[in-house]
Design a protein around this ligand. Sequence first.
Ligand SMILES: [Fe+2]
Length: 351
Amino acid sequence: MGVQQKYDLPRLQPGKLIKDATVWTGADYPDDRSWVFALDAEMRGEIDRCMRIAMARGIDPKDITPEDFPLERTAEVLTELYRDVECGPGFAMLSGFPVDGWSEEEITLAYCGLCAHLGRITLQNREGEFILEVTDKGKKYDQQMRGYHSNAHLGYHTDGTNTVTLLCLETAEEGGLSRLVSGPAVYNEILRTRPELIDALHRGFFHHRRNQREPEDPPVTPYRTPVFGFYNGLFHMAYAGPSIFYCEEEGVEITPHEKAALGYLEDVTQRPDLCAAMELRKGDIQFVNNFLILHSRTGYRDSPEHTRKLLRLWLDDENSRRIGPGKMDWYLPEHSRFTRMGGIETLAAAE
Ligand SMILES: [Fe+2]
């Protein structure tokens, strides 16, 4: 949506404390949901009309464009919300998405049509899914599997592309709380208290590609991805602890200094005062900037009446000034816009 043309971001330098709207703590996001954007009846009517027209035209949800889904009033809210995602705290929540009264096919098309205004819907895994159901399919979260089909607690990490978004269709009987931490707040805290560890996090780590590769491909990425990067003068974070440590089993050495840096990073992210914890209610859509925010999820328990179910999209925004390495480049490099633009080697050459 090109919001950064309208809202200047200060140009950052590595090694300096970050002092802008991307730095926040849990106290800024109280449980009262006062910070949540809401769709009203008029906007829901607009979304419904767009969905029905797109459905009649037979548009494939994953290919839908903003032109196929011409929102007006709702687009004003989306612009404001996306300013927060791109230039502010790095996340936003939109409530009141009309999930009742529609078929699953209609919900999916409406959700994709709305989200297409914030970026192109991208592939999320090697199984070929653009629209992913996050639900417990009894899968173990381990070296071979990613976490979206398990009910396990997921530690803090980033996803792929600019924005990850979740639409809540049903909540669990218990648990499944979403937790967010500001990457720049974590960076500042490490810089302030253990500055000797920052270099290791700037240098980054190799990542295990789990089952997200062709059998003939090596199991580990051929390059390090920085945990903290500054590209285009903007903060970028990319982190998935398990994918780093699984590399040891493939013979990659992680030095004691690097382990100290990763351990301290985990300690800081776990600090309760830094975290914004939120329940995703039915009809909520959460938007998270992967370059700014670490997200985690508590474990959960379903019941026959309450089986947690979310839809997830990854949105690639070509207008964003943030473009850096991340999960897309570990698991789906051939589909990553960053890799296509030259990837990590281009960044290294430019430094
Ligand atoms: Fe995730």
